[in-house]
Design a protein around this ligand. Sequence first.
Ligand SMILES: [Zn+2]
Length: 252
Amino acid sequence: MSTSTTQSSRKKSIAKPDNSPLPGQAINARPMAGDVIYERILGSIMEHRLTPGTKLVEEKLAGIFGVNRTRVREVLARLSHEGLITTIPNRGAFVASPTPDEARAIFGARRLLEPALLRHLCEHTQPAHIAQLREHVAQEARARENNDRRAIIRLSGEFHIRIADMVGNPVMSKMMRELASLTCLIIVLYDSPTMPACAHDEHGRIIDAIAAGRAEDAVAAMIGHLHHIEEVLDMSAPPSEDEDLEAMLGMV
Ligand SMILES: [Zn+2]
């Protein structure tokens, strides 16, 4: 785990009292909706700002988002249901920290789900799908050119979610979303500094196979791609500890 690169910036703690308004948080502003808070926390996980094992204190989050604790609790329950948060009795809620066995199970699930999605998509491909996927990969390339690590990580996960969305089955989409988020947690826990996200050319190869109607080539490319993500992870690394919630949520 490459904690050394980020540890120095993590140690600032929040000095203000938990319920005080934050800079830029108008007193009369409408309370933030649960969906917005959910997306903010999920986005922070996807972009590797909110790290596994981080304690999510209800009153602190309520202060950060300017809402009451009930709303925070509802959002945490939703994230917990999706496996992204672990609740420990008498200790509170923590960003999930998948064990190596759980991490392997998540990749195993992806290797079963994603080929099925690709086979279905190949049977029902529309030109618009190919254009959208190519545009997505172009966005990934731009993020790489700009060295925008957060965008690279987010777009890498979203590529897989877009394929699931194109299949048009909301249950599959939801499963893919959860697996992609959990994969982000695994990568931040066990990452290798040399390969933080999906390799740049592999998404393109998957699209080429879909565009050519070669379903089994697309499946082989996807399975190889998932293996490449998994094989660079160092599952022996200990989970990181992080306390700077406000910064991790992108609120400062
Ligand atoms: Zn990928």
